[in-house]
Design a protein around this ligand. Structure first.
Ligand code: ADP
Ligand code: ZN
Length: 720
């Protein structure tokens, strides 16, 4: 190989050609460093003829500088990079960057230094040092990571290192992970489970592309069942990827995995420490990592020999990435399985309509687990009509729900109240002048969080201390909370049932794996009577003593014109209902609603999933929505409102006029201001047969985009 084409990890540059020095052995997929002007760039050697090239004569080519010592990216992964960039209208370089720099794979020593308590005391103790030492018991990490854990500055920790109370330890990032044993603990499966497991194991053995929808009711034991093909892949020496939607679920999953396989799987998520990330990346690339449990980004890792992908809770919104490369991990996982020629299992009790459609049309194989494991019954579901059962003024729980909560408390059983709103109240006003506290960077209200005494924007992360006086009229002590958030519901429960032990479960309170683990342990130890939680608690958790689920406001998700509002409401309520009565005791679900006759709510009350999907299918067909047609969103944003508006008007003037596409807009995007950028939006509705991506690429590619303006494409958007 003399001349090679490099996919450079820089979206501003196209593919570049280089010559290969005689003593350098490169192949497609090799990761290389190449000179560019006075600097160097990192790139991936690509297959001949697949990327558009430049016409530099051979004599002018510069030689590659060096090969990065990591295994070359295999052809299936290169195809995945190409497909993802093509389908989602993203830059190849941006997708390739997700593969390579996700693990800090490039460069860096293989031995690193971490720190931990030495057991000794510092000569001079200060309050901060004391705090650090108490917080770091059993912890190990870089100074920076430890400082974050302890909540002190890095300087405080360096002081402790100097005084010998914290010691360095050197760790090899290539130390092996404990091996998983496929036959460590074999559970006895039910007949239904066995039948499903056999099909999946056969598919792993067959080593070909095979997409499955594992459609099993909540509590049917989907995990136990898909562990069997996982075990088979382990026996065959192949790797497995299990995608989970939420970090809070991981702890639960890890415990069950360890019981089944005798060792923890390799984890991949955004809160991994940097050395753990690099360690995992390298083990995945070398093939040493057998089973990887990860968030959506784990899909783009360079597995040496992937044999199976499982996407658990495959309907979850969190598989959709909404910035950078906007992809849906559920869909990309099927494509990866196709390129790798392996089975992929989408598991859910409430599949996305698109997935169900694929299964019903025979594109995916449907496997069903129609009943709960161990004979547990699905919970009884009752509606509470809020137009008749009105909660007391300034309260949110109606009498029937309060009665049931009391009964459970007396019986020593646990309850879960679901409201998909973090914080204390979604809107805060000044009682004197009516001033509404709004985020300066986003078109969104600031949400009061009493537990942390903050006003927070849920879109940009801005947090401020609640002001002592209204910034508008100067009135002191003036804040009024409007509407409920989970913290407010928790307060209401505490007032109604003073003896109840109440816990708030949201990403604010369970945001780290440690806190999630502590929460689960507390619930299991029955130290909590009532959990008040957001969508975080709708999935994955298995608490046998939990017998009552209350949905505080089932109508919340139905407001607004979101295409998927009905489906999401159905999924959330059905999933949270599925937390009730999973043990020996039967469960009960109360759904508070002002619209008991709305089709979604009625279907939930009747436990008639088919009716819901049938109605939703017709609605989607009428709207030309997926799976019958397709949507894309184009977001034009700029820090300057006028720049954003003018760019979107110019874009609108050149819109393509294809008969199989309908382009709506431009209009201010739902979040017209987000993180300090003004946003305008086009919505594109396309027939299934339309060549959506090429049309968009062609349209957007013709634009002169001013430097401050960004144009983002969202194919198959989730929220609009
Ligand atoms: P799902 O994910 O379908 O909601 P889970 O996988 O959480 O259901 O299973 C529900 C409960 O039943 C879990 O506690 C699980 O350990 C238990 N379970 C499922 N299948 C078996 C089995 N074959 N043997 C023993 N326990 C099982
Ligand atoms: Zn904001």
């Amino acid at each position: 190989m003399n001349r090679v084409r490099i996919l450079v990890l820089n979206a501003a540059l196209g593919p570049l050609d280089y010559s290969v020095p005689g003593d350098m052995a490169v192949e497609p997929g090799s990761v290389v460093i190449a000179p560019l002007g006075p600097r160097t760039v990192t790139g991936i050697v690509w297959d001949d003829g697949r990327l558009p090239g430049n016409d530099v004569p051979a004599s002018k080519l510069r030689p590659l500088r060096e090969i990065v010592p990591v295994p070359p990216l295999a052809a299936p992964l290169r195809r995945l990079i190409e497909w993802t960039a093509d389908y989602y209208c993203a830059h190849l370089a941006s997708v390739a960057r997700m593969v390579l720099s996700s693990g800090g794979a490039l460069g860096g020593p293989t031995v690193t230094t971490e720190y931990r308590l030495s057991g000794g005391a510092p000569e001079r103790m200060t309050a901060q040092r004391e705090q650090a030492i108490a917080a770091l018991e059993g912890e190990q990490g870089t100074i920076r990571e430890l400082a974050a854990i302890a909540g002190v500055s890095e300087g405080v920790l360096r002081g402790l290192v100097n005084q010998g109370a914290i010691e360095p330890v050197s760790v090899s990032i290539d130390r092996p992970y404990p091996p998983a044993n496929a036959d460590y603990h074999q559970p006895s499966l039910s007949d239904d489970q066995m039948a499903v497991a056999k099909e999946l194991v056969d598919a792993v053995n067959a080593r070909g592309f095979a997409p499955f929808l594992l459609d099993g009711v909540t509590g049917s034991g989907k995990t136990e069942t898909y562990f069997e093909p996982v075990a088979q892949a382990i026996r065959m020496g192949r790797q497995v990827l299990v995608l989970l939607p939420e970090i809070a679920l991981t702890e639960n999953f890890l415990a069950r995995f360890e019981q089944r396989f005798g060792a923890a799987p390799v984890q991949w998520h955004s809160s991994l420490k940097s050395t753990e990330r690099r360690r995992a990346w390298r083990a995945i690339a070398s093939g040493d990592a057998q089973v990887v449990v990860g968030a959506r980004s784990a899909l783009f890792l360079p597995y040496a020999d992937l044999g199976l992908i499982v996407v658990d809770e495959a309907h979850e919104v969190s598989f959709k990435q909404d910035d950078g490369v906007r992809y849906n991990a559920r869909d990309v996982s099927v494509m990866r399985a196709r390129f790798e020629e392996i089975p992929v299992v989408l598991a859910s009790a409430t599949p996305a309509l698109e997935s169900l459609h694929m299964a019903n049309s025979g594109t995916y194989r449907k496997l069903e687990l129609p009943s709960r494991f161990g004979g547990a019954e699905l919970p009884a579901i009752h509606l509470v009509d809020l137009t008749r059962e009105k909660p007391a003024s300034g309260r949110w729980l109606a009498a029937p729900l309060i009665e049931r909560l009391e009964e459970r408390l007396v019986a020593g059983e646990q309850s879960l109240l679901f409201l998909n709103r973090r914080g204390y109240a979604p809107l805060t006003l000044c009682r004197n002048c009516g001033h509404r506290f709004q985020c300066p960077n986003c078109s969104a209200w600031l949400v009061e969080h009493r537990l942390s005494a903050r006003l927070a924007c849920h879109h940009c992360g801005l947090e401020t201390r609640p002001p002592d006086a209204c910034p508008e009229c100067g009135e002191g002590d003036c804040l009024v909370a409007c509407g409920p958030g989970v913290e407010r519901i928790a307060d209401e429960v505490a007032e109604l049932l003073p003896e109840a032990r109440v816990a708030v479960a949201t990403s604010d309170t369970l945001g780290s794996p440690e806190r999630a683990a502590r929460f689960i342990a507390e619930v299991e130890a029955r130290a909590i009577d009532v959990i008040v939680g957001t969508q975080l608690v709708t999935k994955g958790f298995h608490f046998p003593e939990l017998t009552l689920v209350g949905v505080v406001d089932a109508d919340l998700g139905l407001e607004g014109g979101d295409l998927r509002a009905a489906e999401r409401t159905y999924q959330q309520v059905a999933q949270v209902a599925g937390r009730a009565g999973r043990g020996a005791k039967p469960g009960e679900v109360l759904i508070q609603t002002r619209h008991p006759d709305a089709p979604v709510i009625a279907a939930l009350a009747d436990g008639d999933r088919d009716a819901f999907y049938a109605a939703e299918t017709e609605a989607r067909r009428d709207a030309g929505a997926p799976p019958f047609g397709r949507w894309a969103a184009i977001i034009i944003s700029a820090e300057d409102e006028r720049e954003a508006r003018e760019a979107s008007v110019r874009l609108g003037d050149t819109r393509p006029s294809a008969s199989d596409l309908m382009i709506l807009g431009p209009a201010p995007a739902p979040l017209a201001l987000l993180r300090g950028r003004y946003r305008y939006r086009f919505l594109v509705n396309a027939r299934r047969s339309a060549n959506l991506q090429d049309t968009l690429r062609d349209w957007l590619g013709r634009q002169e985009v001013p430097p401050g303006v960004r144009i983002g494409v969202d194919i198959d958007p989730y929220s609009f």
